[in-house]
Design a protein around this ligand. Structure first.
Ligand code: FMN
Length: 238
């Protein structure tokens, strides 16, 4: 079975999405996964320390490539593969509220939204896991310096030893690769990656409702639901 995985720039459900694909590959080494990564996803994956895990899922050979939006031009020729029936399904997890909104209104101007458009046109089943569905969600934030705890040490071990030189009086998340070394180096526990409670906007909930009604798209409410959907697809193929 050949799967396409679309990742967008959401911290919420990101680790869970990686866990699901890692487990799928672990249980079925013959499964091929091509990964399509939005510009924002590339940054967010790095911030959460997950960049090195991509190669365990998509090793780089044919139909197991990692396609970064940054490198894909403006017309996304690689998404033509969906019209050529190269994939059994496209799974977008996590799907940001931005991508969900674009999909709800048929916009296809990013790598992942374009992949969805081509997949639907090519009759390839699409599964989307939106992060903002309804109510409140709890999400882990990338690392930050808690200014109330920070002692402003003259020689700050995290700043001195950060392999990415991402720390000054704050953490530059565009440089940070989420390795977590700084957490172990700060004796005061001033560097943290806390859970934050977020309210889902009504517009995002409405977009999910629209998405559920669209042809060829199935909305799942958690990355863990992906495994069951793949099993169902496999049964249907037998
Ligand atoms: C650390 C971090 C975490 C983020 N998490 C989320 C998230 O959980 N949900 C969301 O909708 N946007 C989140 N964003 C914002 C998106 O990355 C941003 O809206 C981006 O434009 C989405 O582009 P994409 O949908 O093409 O990936 C996050 C941004 C950062 C820096």
């Amino acid at each position: 079975m050949n799967l396409a995985w679309g990742i967008t720039g959401a911290g919420h459900f990101l680790r869970e999405s990686f866990e699901v694909f890692k487990e799928l590959k672990h249980n079925k080494p013959e499964l091929k996964v091509t990964t399509f990564i939005s510009r924002a996803a590339e940054e967010v994956i790095r911030m959460y320390g997950l960049a090195n895990e991509l190669s365990n899922i998509s090793c780089g050979s044919y139909l197991e490539e990692c396609y970064y939006e940054r490198e894909q031009g403006d017309s996304f020729p690689k998404t033509g593969r969906f019209l050529l029936q190269k994939y059994d399904a496209l799974i977008v997890t996590p799907a940001t509220s931005n991508t969900t909104a674009k999909l709800a209104y048929g916009i296809a101007d990013t790598l992942v939204t374009n992949a969805v458009a081509q997949a639907v046109k090519g009759g390839v089943p699409v599964f989307i896991v939106p992060v903002d569905i309804a109510g409140e969600i709890e999400s882990r934030m990338p690392f930050f310096i808690d200014r109330e705890i920070c002692m402003r040490c003259e020689l700050c071990p995290p700043a001195q030893q950060c392999p990415k030189q991402a720390i000054t009086d704050q953490i530059d998340l565009l440089k940070c690769d989420g390795c977590g070394l700084c957490i172990t180096l700060c004796s005061y526990g001033a560097i943290r990656g806390d859970l934050a409670k977020l309210k889902v906007r009504d517009v995002d909930s409405r977009n999910v409702t629209i998405l559920k009604e669209l042809m060829g798209i199935t909305v799942l409410n958690h990355p863990q639901k992906v495994t069951g959907m793949i099993k169902k697809l496999e049964k249907m193929q037998k």
